[in-house]
Design a protein around this ligand. Sequence first.
Ligand SMILES: Nc1nc2c(ncn2[C@@H]2O[C@H](COP(=O)(O)OP(=O)(O)OP(=O)(O)O)[C@@H](O)[C@H]2O)c(=O)[nH]1
Ligand SMILES: [Mg+2]
Length: 329
Amino acid sequence: MGQSADITTRFLAGERAALARLISWAENGDGRFAAALAEVFDRVGRAWRVGITGPPGAGKSTLVNEMARLFRDAERTVGVLAVDPSSPFTGGALLGDRIRMEERTLDPGVFIRSMASRGSHGGLACASVDACDVMDAFGFDELLVETVGVGQAEHDIVSAADTVLVVLCPGAGDGIQAMKSGLLETADVLVVNKADQHGADRLISDLEEALELRGMAPDAWCPLVVSCSAGKAQGVEAVNAAIAQHRAYLAGERLERARAAMRAEQVQRVVGERLLAALWNERGYDRETERLLASAPSPHAAAEQALARILAQVDNIADNLEPSTGSQP
Ligand SMILES: Nc1nc2c(ncn2[C@@H]2O[C@H](COP(=O)(O)OP(=O)(O)OP(=O)(O)O)[C@@H](O)[C@H]2O)c(=O)[nH]1
Ligand SMILES: [Mg+2]
């Protein structure tokens, strides 16, 4: 407890090492994180969160670097989180990105952090929201969360953002792939990167056509299609402008609703993870599963038994709570 208070004091004094420590706590599912977050949570909500997804090699990291440069030119501070659900260890694929981002790391207005899933602690979507919360509380104006691919895990991570960018590039049938895999539904802004390469115009018109064909509620946000060549530092202003446009669209009640939904999802994730951790920790998992399977005719029957026991415990807890909580509805 004492250590948690010490860290938050240092965090509130603007010490980056304390910020890094809190993110590590979030990443590792450290029990001290919840108390620490509670102490700084009144500062959360000012940053704008942008999630960046898209197929490998589309130029996401290059784009993030250029977006960060433009934000810095406008005297906006930037937190960058690179999340890799496919890699069990930090490093690997993200190392190259880190080196490329190096020129930014000397700038105190930029903070860069990478995260990978490790072993049994699978809640990367949860940890990345936590990391964004602490970067937000630390005072960064813009948060950029890059994921490495377009799978379900990546989707869960970017969909917690205020604005989702899907980055595509010409070639390799990415446009068609994007339409098939539901990326169009995820995107608030579709970025066609590598506009310097052959096929970019075609990809842009394919995407625009696909968006037109898709039915839309009259009041709904229609994803913007913008193109740039991040690798040549060309056209990235249009990407930031599209984000600003989406931000203006959301401002007010829509944003409140979207963020409330995101918070509700985070609560569900935390509950789910805490339950999983409590039930199936590394030591208990095999023995308990074996015991249940030995006494039940099928995996589903074993699951029913496990559930019945948990729910009985929950009922017990609720019964014991009732007298002290009074007559709340
Ligand atoms: N021609 C061209 N190449 C680019 C452009 N932007 C990025 N690239 C190159 O595309 C390659 C991949 O860029 P990254 O930024 O690493 O792509 P990424 O989407 O982050 O890749 P992963 O993180 O591995 O999924 C690099 O060799 C970049 O130099 C561009 O606008 N034009
Ligand atoms: Mg990358």
